[in-house]
Design a protein around this ligand. Structure first.
Ligand SMILES: Cc1ncc(C[n+]2csc(CCOP(=O)(O)OP(=O)(O)O)c2C)c(N)n1
Length: 366
């Protein structure tokens, strides 16, 4: 899979630049909106009883979408439970999704895959349907998807906690050995940083100068445990230098700031300088999972502040103020994204269930 030069070297292009053009900004906004609509739809399905569990990524979009904007087809994504924004950004080429609105960005290497079909398969995956990436063996983000031609190397989660970090370090090391300047992007919650795997994985990546960009999404609570009861260091970014890795702290509601940090970390990794640890700080706009009461652990004031700091609305305000977009434009994008998600998820809901007898590993009775 990761053979030498199997995928050409990702280029630094307009879509990945730390100083994006107005069109690159509009693309980033498209994915912020798409990610928001995606999660809102599945939150609703939980309430309707059509989905049993959902870890909403509402509030984390500026981190995941912006970080995935910094990588290109051919790089690897190692995701956890709150990274829908990164997956959507990584899988989907905006110019194929809405060609009337998004002409191809000069030099951007986006996956040459049919976006609607991929979104459909992703929705099937979320619902445990036969057309999901794991064929219905698992539902939700517990899956991997490799599409070499499209430059998609997506290693999905095996755990919510630190277990993915050594895996991501290994993927990064494999990319380094394969040559071609590719990088691995991995996310973790701040709760996952308190597990041994975090330390082992980051240390290994540092020693081997593996091209790993590790982003901690610090929302202040691990499930319902506040950070004050979980770690004693002032920040998590400061753990990086202890391993010989730069540690950067960034406002996780500011998509442009995250894009800048992530782009620098990607450039560093491509240049053979090894991993970077980024701590992106956000408020919590939802509980740990929909339907549990962990959101109520936050004080009323904290809940209000987190909701007011909505990263999607923040980015929209930035775009409006810069004159890059108008209100009708934002309304139109929101409508298109909502319609696309609704149609995609409805199609997935109506699709076939897996046939348990065809799944490998089934237990034969008698
Ligand atoms: C080994 C193990 N212990 C406990 C859990 C239950 N669990 C799932 S996520 C989580 C906390 C994760 O915290 P964080 O990384 O901050 O993510 P967030 O709560 O923000 O989603 C826990 C304790 C688990 N999945 N695996």
């Amino acid at each position: 899979m990761l053979e030498k030069q199997a995928v050409p070297r990702p280029v630094e292009a307009e879509g990945h630049s730390a100083h994006p053009s107005p069109q690159a900004l509009r693309e980033m906004h498209l994915f912020l909106r798409l990610a928001r609509e995606w999660d809102l739809r599945f939150e609703r399905l939980v309430r309707l009883g059509a989905v049993s569990k959902w870890y909403s990524a509402v509030g984390n979009e500026a981190i995941t979408v912006a970080a995935a904007t910094a990588i290109a087809a051919g790089d690897a994504l190692v995701s956890l439970h709150r990274d829908s924004g990164a997956i959507l950004r990584y899988y989907v080429d905006a110019s194929r999704l809405f060609p009337d609105q998004f002409p191809p960005l000069p030099g951007r290497r986006a996956p040459p895959t049919e976006p609607r079909e991929l979104l459909y398969r992703l929705a099937c995956q979320m619902l445990g349907k036969a057309d999901g990436f794991s064929g219905g063996r698992e539902r939700s983000y517990h899956y991997s998807f490799f599409h070499e031609e499209a430059g998609i190397i997506h290693v999905g989660m095996i755990s919510h906690l630190g277990a993915m970090i050594p895996v991501a370090a290994g993927v990064a090391l494999a990319l380094k050995q394969a040559g071609g300047g590719r990088v691995a992007l991995n996310f973790i919650g701040e709760g996952g940083t308190s597990t041994g795997d975090f330390h082992e994985g980051l240390n290994m990546a540092a020693v081997y100068k593996a091209p790993l960009v590790l982003i901690i999404q610090n929302n202040g609570y691990a499930f319902s445990t506040p950070s004050s009861e979980q770690y004693a260091s002032r920040t998590l970014a400061e753990r990086g230098p202890a391993y010989g890795v730069p540690g950067v702290r960034v406002d996780g509601t500011d998509a442009l700031a995250v894009l800048r940090c992530a782009s620098e970390a990607v450039a560093r990794a491509r240049a053979g300088k090894g991993p970077t640890l980024i701590e992106a700080v956000v408020g919590r706009m939802r509980g740990h999972s929909e339907g549990d009461d962990s959101f109520l652990v936050l004080s009323e004031d904290e809940r209000r502040r987190s909701l007011e700091a909505d990263p999607v609305l923040r980015f929209e305000r930035t775009l409006l103020e810069s004159g890059a977009v108008t209100h009708p434009y934002l309304d139109q994008v929101a409508k298109r994204c909502a319609e696309l998600v609704l149609a995609t998820v409805d199609r997935a809901l109506a699709s076939r269930d897996p046939d348990p007898s065809s799944l490998p590993g089934r237990v034969h009775a008698g």
